[in-house]
Write a protein that binds this ligand. Structure first.
Ligand code: PLP
Length: 284
């Protein structure tokens, strides 16, 4: 498998990242994960737009245009012959030596870009059975809208879930559900689908965007508004969403069944609509 290092497709072993790279020292950088189905990248423009928005927020000057980045990513998918899989890419502010928290002069640093691919089939079994989640206070910072490579808060939350054999940790701030450690969180009550609105407390998920669109087009009732931990626990159905998980049912919360403990009808409907959307964009 080849990787991208800056603007070149190279062997992974030839990549050299400086130990004073600000991504390595400060977590000063951005990342994205895009899914490929049938060799076609799903929602690539939305992911690239989000990286550019993030770069603006942290004054990181993108070293390429959106179109150049898109072509670079497509070339790696082709090179590695990825049919169904993920592409991970990140951009750091580069080598800022001598070490100093302040952003270095952009004229004196070159951002460092890397990208790699993995073959990951859809996990149809997990999607049909659902997963267990815990709830946990959101201990992260107040710029969760930036897809930063500094992920320690998310990593710690996920670890708490894994310690008790759960798949994901759904976070709340003062009793308001924000999002999960590496996915957006949703609940359904009385046929209405709820999810936290975009803003600084959550990542504006691309999968969330797709789900909002397909749900509304199908005439389902959707409210992008905050809901409480208590409401989550009383929900009829709960699910999480991300590029890699798509629409993933949550069937237990803190060890208690969600609804009747089975994957519910609206989540099943959303999974079908999502699969149709993927087929529409990427083919059968
Ligand atoms: N929220 C967090 C904290 C995430 O890490 C992710 C994905 O990595 C998401 C939400 C879902 O985002 P997307 O649907 O763009 O993959």
């Amino acid at each position: 498998m080849k990787v991208i290092w800056n603007k070149e497709i190279v062997d992974r072993a030839s990549v050299k990242i400086d130990l004073e790279d600000r991504g390595y020292q400060f977590g000063d950088g951005l990342y994205e994960v895009i899914r490929a189905y049938n060799g076609t990248l799903f929602t690539i423009d939305e992911h690239i737009d989000r990286m550019f928005r993030g770069a603006d927020k942290i004054d990181l000057k993108m070293p390429f245009t959106k179109e150049e980045l898109k072509q670079l990513i497509i070339s790696l998918i082709k090179e590695n012959q990825i049919d169904t899989g993920n592409i991970y890419f990140q951009l750091t502010r580069g080598n800022g030596s001598p070490r100093n928290h302040a952003y270095p002069d952009p004229e004196k640093v070159t951002p460092v870009f890397t990208a790699s691919t993995t073959v990951v089939p859809r996990d149809a079994v997990l999607m049909s059975k659902g997963v267990a989640a815990i709830t946990i206070p959101d201990m992260r910072w107040l710029h969760c809208d930036i897809k930063s490579i500094s992920l320690l808060g998310n990593v710690m939350a996920k670890h708490e879930a894994h310690k008790v054999g759960a798949f994901e940790a759904i976070q709340h701030r003062d009793g308001i559900v924000t999002e999960a450690s590496s996915s957006n969180s949703w609940m359904i009550k009385d046929d209405v689908i709820y999810t936290h609105p975009d803003g600084n407390l959550i990542l504006a998920g691309i999968t969330k965007l797709v789900i909002l669109k397909i749900a509304r087009e199908a005439g389902l009732k959707v409210k992008e508004e905050p809901y409480t931990l208590e409401q989550l626990k009383q929900a009829d159905e709960v699910f999480i969403s991300s590029t890699t998980l798509e629409v993933m049912p949550v069937v237990t919360l803190d060890g208690a069944s969600v609804g009747d403990g089975k994957v519910g009808p609206i989540v099943t409907k959303l999974q079908e609509l999502y699969a149709q959307e993927v087929t529409r964009v990427c083919g059968e």
